[in-house]
Design a protein around this ligand. Structure first.
Ligand SMILES: Cc1cc2nc3c(=O)[nH]c(=O)nc-3n(C[C@H](O)[C@H](O)[C@H](O)COP(=O)(O)O)c2cc1C
Length: 212
């Protein structure tokens, strides 16, 4: 059941903040968090004030040299039909032999969920030459913050790229500049099917103690 985010006021610049936040609920969310496959998403979706709240939380992301190297396109409601037209046109350009059914399927993709947040990695060049890689990592962290914030608010969602993220026609239609990339489409809504646990990495397989 979604909840309204009852967030504390945004801290003033330079206000003292706690260095940690012991929170069993956060630990539980991280221990059990699961994406919902996009085909299992449905209406309803977050309202405008929910979207503002989750974006505000997503923006509290690590960001070397405060470059804010990300931005978001909110694709909801009727704009999904326009985005569907873009996806169909992109498919036609990629694959001129695509059938009318295949193009119709592309047009339907944005309607799999009520809300799509397209997170754009938007690295900048600063005097200190902050590596683009670090700025892209910040955009990835932004996507994950967004997933966690939206799930904590009671929404279901998934981070996907599909062909669209890498398609030049889609990137141009969404207004990306040459240096920008789509970090992900975060599809959000309500789960019509419960996701199940998937295979997970284990700490013993992935972590080794470095001893020099
Ligand atoms: C950058 C990125 C792109 C992804 N693109 C897709 C995608 O196009 N289609 C898909 O089914 N899953 C995609 N995934 C995987 C899902 O977001 C998700 O991680 C996966 O279904 C496992 O679920 P979990 O988050 O519960 O571990 C992508 C993940 C990342 C990080």
């Amino acid at each position: 059941m979604p909840i309204k985010a009852n967030l504390p006021p945004e801290p003033e610049f330079a206000a003292p903040l706690a260095p940690n936040h012991p929170s069993p609920e956060t630990l539980r969310l991280l221990a059990l968090r699961r994406s919902t496959p996009v085909a299992a998403l449905s209406e309803p979706g977050p309202a405008a004030d929910d979207i503002d709240a989750m974006l505000r939380l997503a923006m509290r992301v690590p960001d070397h040299r405060k470059l804010e190297p990300w931005r978001v396109l909110i694709i909801a409601g009727a704009a999904r039909a326009l985005f569907g037209d873009v996806l169909a046109a992109a498919r036609h350009l990629r694959d001129p032999d695509a059938t009318q059914d295949q193009l119709a399927a592309e047009r339907a993709l944005p309607f799999r969920a009520p809300l799509i947040l397209c997170v754009v990695s938007s690295p900048v060049h600063d005097k200190k030459n902050t590596p683009v890689w670090e700025q892209q990592l910040s955009a990835g962290a932004f996507c994950q913050n967004l997933l966690i914030a939206s799930q904590a608010m009671g929404w279901a969602g998934v981070w996907i790229s599909e062909d669209a993220a890498y398609d030049g026609h889609v990137q141009a239609a969404l207004g990306l500049s040459g240096h920008e990339q789509i970090a992900g489409f975060i599809y959000l809504g309500t789960a019509k099917e419960q996701p199940v646990e998937r295979q997970r990495a284990t700490v013993s397989n992935k972590a080794t103690r470095w001893t020099g």
